[in-house]
Write a protein that binds this ligand. Structure first.
Ligand code: ADP
Ligand code: MG
Length: 531
């Protein structure tokens, strides 16, 4: 009984009321406007120099890599020009020690090596042709530069972008910490390592995963209109949206196409409300922040994304385990355990290790509706080394994990609603019944059961959105959106290279991209079409 009462009290601490949600939306809108006006604000609102979204007719073969936070993905994408694509893909986990390497070189050399492996496995022909040419031609500079793969580099950390394939790292997030890389151009860091391996690859575009997701959703979504928002709920969380140029008050450094009247903005919303004026703050949120590599920042992300939800839960559970007044994962004797055993938490259980509880188990808890919670109990054994957990332990675990995730989904709705409201599309009579497309990506939104339903449930109670508005918002998974999106931006970049004046790149890519592509490595050094 004590456990049940204590669980209830804990769950209540993760309540985020309708009123809280509505206050947070107002504050989000305020911080968005602030970030559009000047630098150094909570929401960075970084201009991406991407001034429009694709419509599904784009074509060509491109490469993309994605450094997300947990995994490194390498892929090649054939855009078919009819809203469809074919994607070849590999993924490796980023070794923990490289996340905190001494030098940037260590990390980027590893990334280049993965690109080499991918090319050898999946594009052997081009790869071999390229190597052969290198060996037979005396001056490597004599190569036609167009004859290499254009690669879109999805780099999901805050970057000051100064060109389509140039951007300096502002700070690491999500547990990375390689001070040597701060302030450096991450595209150059990758290109240097690619060149050391003599790979036929040019880093053509630097892409934030949110922008990639926005582009990918626009390419694949049914209908004529593009998406308004691309959002990530994976290791971290962030969003990019289409803003009116007129609302962008701070000065822009680079050249860009003004004809569309729009600019894609990378909000860096992980840092929303670092000052905690509207975000919830339990003792466990505070404890997590204190032990993180970046105390005081990314405060929204620390309450919403995959990297942190498991750790919040772990801290709560640890308090419960240590609480002498309740029996949690502890039995007086085998009779108090419904499986007539006694629970043991192994000394090496992840529950005792900072960051030792992967958010993935929260999905298992949420989806286990078996009468004895036997799936979750087995998972507690296999991933957390908690042996013979009793039914009431599993029940408490499920309730608390559910509360942490529910709060995260409600907070996710705050960001989505604020951006939809900011675009004005809900009140534009010209768009009356049109859907408002939002692309999402990341393991949390993809795998946590009913995460999107919880977002919708929250959208419905938000002022200015309501039942009707929520119905029009179409949240769709853009799976591997970062790959396809990066390819689309690499395509834009390739076209910009050919044209000194990238006037209206969309018209440009629609008319030119369709027939000709410059991504293979022919023997004769001429460009060839790949489709
Ligand atoms: P990245 O952020 O590197 O692009 P992902 O989108 O796959 O990668 O997100 C990884 C994060 O998602 C990790 O923090 C992990 O704990 C969490 N995660 C992985 N699988 C699940 C799952 N089934 N349910 C909830 N969260 C998950
Ligand atoms: Mg990702």
């Amino acid at each position: 009984m004590a456990l049940e009462a204590e669980t209830k009290a804990i769950v209540a601490k993760f309540d985020y009321t309708d009123d809280d949600v509505n206050k947070a939306v107002d504050e989000f809108l305020r911080q968005m406007a602030e970030g559009l006006g000047k630098d150094g604000t909570s929401l960075s609102q970084i201009p991406t120099y991407v001034t429009g979204v694709p419509n599904g007719t784009e074509k060509g073969l491109y490469m993309a890599v994605d450094l997300g936070g947990t995994n490194f993905r390498v892929c090649s994408i054939q855009l078919n020009g009819d809203s469809t694509f074919n994607l070849t893909y590999t993924k490796v986990a980023i070794p923990k020690k490289l996340m905190v390497a001494k030098t940037a070189e260590e990390l980027f050399a590893f990334l280049a090596k993965q690109i080499e492996l991918f090319l050898k496995t999946n594009h052997e022909e081009q790869f071999v042709a390229h190597i052969r040419r290198r060996m037979t031609v005396s001056s490597p500079d004599g190569f036609r530069d167009e004859n290499v793969f254009r690669l879109g580099f999805t780099f999901s950390f805050p970057v000051q972008q100064i060109g389509i394939n140039k951007g300096n790292l502002i700070r690491w997030t999500k547990g990375f910490d390689i001070p040597d890389a701060i302030g450096k151009d991450v595209c150059a860091l990758l290109q240097i390592e690619i060149d050391k391996l003599h790979l036929p690859v040019k880093v053509a575009a630097l892409v934030n995963d949110t922008v990639g997701t926005l582009m990918a959703r626009s390419y694949t979504a049914p209908g004529k209109t593009g998406a308004v928002l691309g959002a990530i709920f994976g290791t971290g969380t962030n969003g990019a949206y289409v803003e009116k140029l007129a609302n962008l008050k701070k000065p822009l450094l680079g050249e860009y196409d003004k004809s569309t009247g729009d600019m894609v903005i990378n909000t860096e919303w992980g840092s929303f409300d670092n000052q905690l004026s509207v975000l919830p703050n339990t003792p466990w949120d505070m404890a997590l922040d204190k032990t993180s590599v970046n105390p005081g920042i990314q405060m929204y992300e620390k309450r919403v994304s995959g990297m942190f939800l498991g750790e919040i839960l772990r801290l709560v559970l640890l308090d419960l385990v240590k609480n002498p007044a309740v029996s949690f994962f502890r039995d007086d004797n085998s009779n108090s355990n419904d499986w007539k055993s006694t629970t043991t938490i192994a000394q090496n259980s992840g529950i005792y290790t900072p960051w030792g509880l992967d958010t993935a188990i929260m999905s298992v808890a949420a989806s286990d509706n078996t009468p004895e919670l036997s799936v979750l109990r087995q998972e507690l054994e296999s991933t957390l080394n908690i042996y013979s957990p009793a039914y009431d332990d599993a029940q408490a675990f499920k309730a608390i994990a559910g509360a942490v995730a529910h709060r995260a989904a409600r907070l996710a709705a705050v960001a989505i609603a604020a951006i939809v409201l900011q675009t004005g599309k809900l009140t534009d009579p010209a768009l009356a019944d049109e859907p408002i497309d939002v692309g999402v990506d990341g393991s949390l939104v993809e795998h946590y059961p009913y995460f999107r339903d919880m977002i919708y449930e929250t959208l419905r109670i938000i002022k200015g959105v309501g039942e009707e508005g929520a119905k029009r918002i179409r949240i769709g998974i853009a799976k591997d959106g970062s790959g396809v999106g990066a390819a689309l931006i690499a395509l834009v970049a390739a076209n910009m290279e050919k044209n000194t004046t990238p006037a209206d790149y969309l018209a440009e890519l629609r008319s030119q991209a369709i027939n000709h592509h410059l991504t293979t490595v022919p023997e004769d050094g001429e460009t060839v079409a790949t489709d």
